[in-house]
Write a protein of this length. Structure first.
Length: 317
């Protein structure tokens, strides 16, 4: 995990190399098309089809890397270690989260709102064409805060429990939710199981992420008392039981108000706000959110490595 984490910090996700999560996403897209043709277009039929897709994708995402590591272990133990390091590196997203969110920063500073909206559209699911500069900045900060859990701490937690195969097990659940876990006409039934699985899988990691981020707010001297207050008050201000955990800490640490109404697929979704507007949000807050994320990730790595070491010790005893 530590070696994979270090590789991710240095290299990020090279676009020239096929990413396993992209393969998972392609499998979801192909599987959805096939299963929608097989099962009836009724609420029950779509629910069963979505359930079958979720089970197949999750099992394959776990079994394939497990099989690859087993075969590598038969050849040589060091080969297995090397391949698992690469797997751990591919599962994590510290540098890519920082890099993609920071693409929004320069055009905001330069006053180029169309370009800022363009780069933001790659990292959020909402309609960015209607956002002003402050809302673009707010959306970027929210993405960094939320994905601190989904993209870093949760994968570390699952890898600590069962190595890279468990990390891919989690990534499959998370990718399913990001692709089909919507409450709209198309996915209300088809994506219901995927959304519920994601809620369950992230329950513990989201709360650990919030605690690690609170500690980061102390270390970085970013209003830790306010972060604690807002987390306690607003951590449930989201339709998801998990998403507001880190958003609340981030909002409190930066002294901002996040969340609120957003447009998805042309439809306005009314959402409660998170945090208090102690000051106006500014582009520099994207940098601050990334500092908070990076510190949280490092704390998460240390705790996850200790957890993994403890589990391995118990297994050998």
């Amino acid at each position: 995990m530590a070696a994979g984490f270090t590789l991710d910090l240095i290299l990020g996700d090279p676009h020239c190399i096929p990413h396993p999560v992209c393969l998972i996403g392609a499998g979801i897209s192909k599987g959805e098309k096939i299963l929608r043709r097989i099962f009836p277009k009724t609420p029950k039929g779509e629910l069963v089809a979505g359930s079958v897709l979720a089970v197949l994708i999750i099992l394959l995402s776990f079994a394939i890397p497990l099989g690859i590591l087993w075969l590598c272990g038969l050849i040589h133990p060091y080969l297995r270690i090397g391949v698992e390091i690469i797997f751990c590196y591919q599962i994590l997203a510290v540098k890519s989260l920082r890099k993609e969110s920071m693409k929004v920063y320069p055009p905001l500073v330069q006053g180029n709102l169309p370009e800022a909206r363009h780069w933001l559209s790659y990292i959020v699911g909402r309609d960015t064409s209607v956002l002003d500069a402050q809302r673009v900045t707010r959306a970027a900060v929210e993405t960094v805060a939320e994905n601190t859990s989904d993209g870093i701490i949760a994968p570390l937690f699952f890898m600590a429990i069962g190595g890279a195969p468990f990390g891919f097990f989690y990534k499959a659940i998370n990718t399913l939710d990001s692709m089909i876990g919507y409450k709209n006409e198309k996915y209300l039934y088809f994506g219901r199981v995927a959304a519920r699985l994601d809620d369950w899988a992230n329950w513990i990691p989201a709360r650990l992420s919030a605690l690690f981020m609170l500690l980061s707010a102390v270390l970085l001297r970013m209003r830790p008392k306010n972060a604690w207050k807002i987390w306690r008050r607003d951590r449930r201000n989201h339709a998801s039981p998990n998403s507001a955990q880190t958003e609340a800490v981030c909002a409190g640490a930066l002294g901002l108000q996040l969340a609120g109404d957003a447009v998805y697929f042309g439809e306005v979704h009314h959402k409660p706000t998170i945090g208090d507007p102690l000051r106006e949000i500014e582009p520099e807050d994207i940098r601050r959110a990334n500092r908070l994320m990076t510190c949280t990730a490092c704390i998460g790595l240390v705790v996850s490595c200790l957890l993994r070491a403890g589990i391995l010790l118990l297994v050998h005893i």
